[in-house]
Design a protein around this ligand. Structure first.
Ligand SMILES: [Zn+2]
Length: 161
């Protein structure tokens, strides 16, 4: 029994899908976006959208050309969130909402992340540092609310089809 458990554990820990899943989820608990939805039912659609993004997103898995700015990208979500010049207003609003959460350490830590790590951080709904429960909750609520605006942006402009 122990031998099979060890083999399974080795397979799971070396599996890239598992590593990706664990970068976005706690593993044993529902995703943070669902916990936001539990406290703020009005964010149910936003939570659903964010969890859908988690299921679809893999760094660099969907290269293409943006119809909005004409730039080639390695993955559509990283481009939309961090690089597309046409989405600057969305990005400015996202950063303003995150900065307004308070501690300067949060802004500094977010700005130090690579684009890919920033997308991972946002999709996980967890601040990139140790934080008290109130900041963790507000971060998750803010990210869930702001990323849902991306759904409308994509629906309206259909830049990546
Ligand atoms: Zn673009």
């Amino acid at each position: 029994m122990f031998k099979h458990g060890k083999i399974w554990e080795n397979r799971v820990t070396s599996n890239s899908d598992t590593a990706h899943f664990l970068s976005l989820h706690d593993g044993s608990q529902p995703h943070s976006a669902w916990q936001v939805c539990k406290h703020l039912p009005r964010l149910k659609k936003a939570s659903h959208f964010l969890v859908r993004l988690c299921a679809l997103w893999r760094p660099g898995n969907l290269p293409g050309t943006c119809r909005l700015c004409g730039t080639e990208f390695q993955d559509v979500l990283t481009h939309a969130l961090c690089q597309c010049v046409v989405n600057e207003l969305f990005r400015d609003n996202l950063w303003c909402a995150l900065i307004n959460l308070g501690p300067i350490e949060l802004s500094v830590n977010l700005h130090q992340l690579t684009d890919c790590d920033l997308v991972t951080c946002l999709l996980s709904c967890k601040p990139p540092m140790d934080a008290d429960a109130e900041l963790v909750r507000h971060f998750a609520e803010t990210v869930t609310t702001e990323l849902y605006k991306l759904d409308k942006l994509i629906t309206i402009s259909k830049p990546f089809q």
